[in-house]
Ligand binder design. Structure first.
Ligand SMILES: NC(=O)c1ccc[n+]([C@@H]2O[C@H](COP(=O)([O-])OP(=O)(O)OC[C@H]3O[C@@H](n4cnc5c(N)ncnc54)[C@H](OP(=O)(O)O)[C@@H]3O)[C@@H](O)[C@H]2O)c1
Length: 279
């Protein structure tokens, strides 16, 4: 089986390349431009993969508020291009999405299942939700995998990840303030890559939630990072409105991953164990 990984130099793409080994064909941004149908056609015709995994995205959540056209081009219309190109070649498409398709239910306190109605609160979340629908409509043999708060070993320039940012800030400061009213499950890309590798061995196409287990807040996560890394940094909780980011975030976007486990037998590790392994 040959599996093309789009975004192979990104966080998740790098771990997918590692987990898939010899079956993987890496496609970097230099190899393919997913907003350009001609580039997709040329890449697929040259490599003839059986499966395409799309990890490419416009991920800059705050900047997306000012650049909705760019966010929708990469997160919605490009996945439709991919879905059409894959469907016409009998290729299975795996598309990666986000917990930020939720957020409108401010009272929510139980993990969202795949059956729950999404309701994003940001341009990024809306563009990713549109991408989910367009992939599902455009390619009958498709998996859509929602995940959350990714951290991995590769980081694209200017993006980084929360864990690395905390470690960097913790070198210079002995006190930080971090948001404590957004509950979700930050997730190691290594675990998502393992889950996707198992999912593509099935033909149980459809929507899946895929995060590490249990849940936390960014403040609790930061405290745990410093505890595991042995750094003496005091992390003080603040609210989302005190932080004042341009884009709204869900106050609760914990995902129930039971469907993934029932189809693949993959049990996602607890977020604390995943973080310990990563650090
Ligand atoms: N990061 C998170 O916290 C998070 C949370 C939930 C869901 N997700 C989703 O998980 C997926 C993977 O995220 P990630 O953190 O691994 O992303 P990432 O590290 O930013 O990697 C994405 C890769 O895609 C490439 N790319 C971007 N635009 C492209 C385009 N138009 N055509 C071709 N390649 C393009 C990027 O290359 P360049 O950098 O060279 O442009 C980069 O190598 C995305 O779908 C994202 O929405 C991420």
């Amino acid at each position: 089986m040959s599996i093309a990984v789009i975004g192979s130099h990104g966080q998740l793409g790098t771990d997918l390349m590692h987990v898939l080994g010899d079956e993987a064909i890496g496609l970097t941004h230099a190899d393919i431009e997913i907003t350009d149908p001609a580039s997709i056609d040329a890449s697929l015709d040259e490599r003839s993969p059986n499966i395409v995994i799309n990890t490419a995205a416009y991920n800059l959540v705050d900047k997306a508020e000012e650049e909705p056209e760019s966010a929708f081009a990469v997160n919605a219309f490009a996945p439709l291009n991919l879905a059409r190109a894959c469907a016409s070649r009998d290729i299975t498409l795996v598309h990666v999405s986000t917990d930020y398709v939720f957020g409108q239910d401010a009272e929510r306190t139980t993990p969202y299942t795949e059956q729950d109605r999404p309701g994003p609160v940001s341009v990024y979340g809306t563009s990713k939700l549109a991408g989910e629908h367009l992939v599902t409509a455009g390619c009958p043999r498709s998996f859509v995998v929602r995940t959350c708060g990714l951290y991995g070993n590769a980081t694209s320039p200017g993006k980084g990840n929360f864990v690395r940012t905390m470690l960097r800030l913790g070198q210079d400061r002995d006190e930080l303030t971090v948001v404590n009213d957004q509950r979700c499950t930050p997730t190691a890309t290594a675990d998502v890559a393992t889950a996707i590798a198992a999912l593509i061995r099935t033909d149980a196409y459809g929507l899946y939630h895929c995060t590490n287990a249990s849940d936390t807040t960014w403040c609790e996560l930061a405290q745990t990072i410093f505890e595991i890394a042995g750094l003496d940094v005091t992390v003080k909780p603040i609210t989302t409105s005190e932080f004042g980011a341009p884009a709204r975030r869900p106050s609760y976007s914990v995902l129930n991953c039971d469907r993934l486990t029932s189809v693949t037998d993959v049990t996602m590790p607890h977020w604390r164990d995943a973080l310990t392994d990563y650090l």
